[in-house]
Design a binder for this molecule. Structure first.
Ligand code: 48F
Length: 246
């Protein structure tokens, strides 16, 4: 038996099929950080066909790094609902804050999104948007490695009804779509947590912004290593999209 050939054949067939599904989704979420994963989970839970595109080979975005790489995550009690729902262990700490393991939170959020039916494609970078008559209709993608090697290789395109920019501080998709990005302001944790949810919105027909990208678009305060605002923002984006899809 030529096992090597069979392994290759299985990977090519299954990988092609997976990516082919990714090329047509109801919603594409760009970025598998806490905001993007929560958004994907909430959408998939409601039977929306959702693809998450992540340029790194891991999920969790900035959350896995805790605070300055110290492996602890902090969240306000009133914003911890999603983590509780996906089974993350939360321990009470000072000032009404809860503490959790950030790697556990990242993998459990990703697992919940997958179990609900979302696809997560890693190692793929969004380098442009598809736009028709002023509406964002999906994203233009390439292998992260191709761009890192500075190779001139034409990209492919993934279509969607809605796209969510959950790329964190960069607000990469908003920039590609021509949205003015103010860049985030200085740190004010409590206010930043409120504003990130408030600024979660449709910034152009077909394009939503969530998480730190929403704060960056509006120049809102950064909040540092506290994560409830990201989860609430991802959830809010999902709720708004669900309203439009139904
Ligand atoms: O940065 P990230 O975790 O964004 P978030 O979900 O959460 C922010 C917090 O982690 C933290 C914070 C909380 O106080 O400030 O920073 O808003 O996740 C963003 C993900 O998007 C990916 C990136 O690799 C990361 O995993 N990403 C960024 N640009 C692209 C991308 C791109 N062009 N294509 C695909 N993925």
């Amino acid at each position: 038996m030529r096992v090597e050939r069979e392994i290759t054949s299985i990977i090519l067939r299954e990988g092609y099929e997976f990516i082919n599904y990714c090329s047509e989704s109801d919603v594409i979420v760009v970025g598998a950080g806490p905001a993007g994963l929560t958004c994907a989970y909430e959408l998939a839970k409601n039977d929306v066909d959702v693809t998450v595109v992540e340029r790194k080979l891991y999920v969790g975005g900035g959350m896995t790094g805790g605070g300055m790489l110290f492996p602890a995550g902090v969240i306000m009690e009133e914003t911890a609902e999603v983590l509780e729902e996906v089974g993350v262990e939360l321990r009470p700490a000072e000032a009404g804050l809860l503490v959790f393991n950030p790697v556990e939170a990242a993998v459990k959020l990703a697992n919940a999104a997958l179990e609900a039916g979302a696809r997560i494609l890693v190692g793929v970078e969004v380098e442009d948007v598809i736009e028709r008559r002023g509406r964002v209709c999906g994203v233009v993608v390439n292998w992260t490695a191709v761009n890192a090697a500075n190779m001139h290789v034409d990209p492919l395109a993934f279509e969607s009804e809605y796209t969510v920019d959950a790329t964190g501080h960069e607000a990469a998709v908003c920039k590609l779509a021509g949205i003015e990005v103010s860049g985030e302001g200085p740190m004010w944790a409590e206010r930043g947590e409120e504003l990130v949810v408030k600024h979660t919105q449709e910034v152009k027909p077909g394009l939503f912004v969530a998480g730190m990208a929403a704060s960056a678009v509006k120049g809102a305060y950064r909040m540092g290593p506290i994560f409830g605002g990201m989860l609430e923002s991802g959830k809010r984006a999902a709720e708004e999209i669900l309203e439009r899809l139904t």
